[in-house]
Design a protein around this ligand. Structure first.
Ligand code: TXA
Ligand code: MG
Length: 338
């Protein structure tokens, strides 16, 4: 547990300080519109190594490289028309594209793969840092490997604060879920690798093409060479059990053990409750609000040492797909243990 706060408000002098830390090869916790990232110079081997070390992340799990714009990324990738069209439509924003890489991107960044994941984030604080430096930033989510992604500077401070020099505070992450990842290595066969805030239908509308459905996510690719990694991804400490969308019965109607349990619903229940163990992610069931609040609530419940979380799934539509994907990963731990 870190006792010294490394959290810095995003003042101009703190931005200068963090830009200098990055030039010196250090890693910095930084806000993005999706989740907080742990950023380091993508072109500097020792910075990238530091990212893996601080997170406790296996070297087989590649990193996303963040650029100020597509032009800055182009010298490092083999681009294609789909990349340009999607960049035009969704950048800066929560879309990551996997494309063939050039040699300037170190192999450690892509875990030895001939492709690299690239993204142009829209968070103003992240962009102000990119404007101050002349290299791209590799940045995975700023959580210890296997844990839920951080959506507040406080989350980064609490879990990685003792291992890093600074966390820039950019307020709560607007979207609350990691970016959508699309595989464009073969532009004829675009495929979603991770569901996120940009939906499948938004992407296929821009490309005027159906997307291929991979049964494997990027994490599974990593897990292929190290079985068992996937089950730990996005796992809170509490056991998570999923309820079907629409199952809004009170806690007393669920048969759970005596463990300290929380019930998490999409929206405020119609039944009156004074229970302290009932939570809802949105007053009205709004999917963006649910996504925004999900990881923050899970981390709050972990802090309160809740042992079991019963959580209602979202409808499988729009960003609901990404929400349910993260919920299934969170619940996977239970299957692994039991
Ligand atoms: O929203 C986000 O994407 C956040 C913010 C900080 O930008 N970043 C993030 O990074 O979620 P990370 O490292 O936690 O997740 C990146 C995922 C991993 O599952 C990784 O396996 C996959 O992207 N990935 C990275 N490079 C890849 C590649 N070349 N091919 C396939 N998958 C890749
Ligand atoms: Mg992550």
């Amino acid at each position: 547990m870190a006792h010294i706060s490394k959290t810095l408000e995003a003042s101009s002098s703190n931005l200068d300080h963090c830009a200098q830390l990055l030039r010196d090869g250090d890693v910095v916790g930084m806000p993005t519109e999706t989740v907080y990232g742990l950023a380091g110079n993508a072109l500097n081997l020792s910075s990238v190594r530091k990212i893996f070390e601080v997170k406790g992340r296996p070297l087989i799990d590649p990193l996303i490289v963040h650029f100020i714009n597509l032009q800055a990324a182009e010298p490092h990738i083999k681009s294609n028309d789909s990349v340009r069209r999607l960049a035009e439509a969704f950048w800066p924003g929560p879309l990551t594209m996997v494309v063939p890489k050039k040699e300037s991107i170190p192999d450690i960044v892509s875990a030895g793969l001939p492709s690299v994941a690239i993204r142009v984030p829209r968070h103003p604080v992240f962009r102000q840092i990119l404007e101050r430096i002349d290299f791209p930033l590799a940045a995975p989510s700023a959580n210890p490997f296997g844990y839920v992604s951080p959506t507040l500077a406080k989350h980064v401070q609490q879990t990685l604060g003792s291992r890093i020099q600074a966390v820039l505070d950019g307020g709560p992450s607007e979207l609350g879920l990691e970016s959508t990842i699309i595989d464009l290595r073969n532009p004829e066969q675009p495929a979603i690798l991770r569901h996120g805030p940009i939906t499948e239908s938004q992407i296929s509308e821009v490309l005027q093409m159906q997307l291929i459905r991979h049964t494997r996510s990027p994490d599974d690719q990593a897990a292929q060479s190290a079985p068992g990694l996937l089950t730990k991804h996005y796992s809170p400490k509490a056991k998570v059990r999923l309820l079907p969308h629409g199952d809004t019965r009170p806690l007393s109607e669920h048969t759970e053990s005596d463990a300290k349990t929380a019930l998490v619903l999409n929206q405020k229940p119609i039944w009156h409750t004074t229970e302290h163990s009932i939570f809802w992610l949105s007053e009205s069931g709004d999917l963006s609000e649910i996504a925004h609040n999900l990881f923050e609530l899970i981390q709050r419940l972990d802090q309160q040492e809740v042992q079991q979380i019963l959580i209602e799934q979202a409808p499988e539509q729009g960003i609901g797909q990404a929400i349910n994907d993260r919920l299934r990963r969170a619940a996977a731990k239970l299957e692994a243990i039991d």
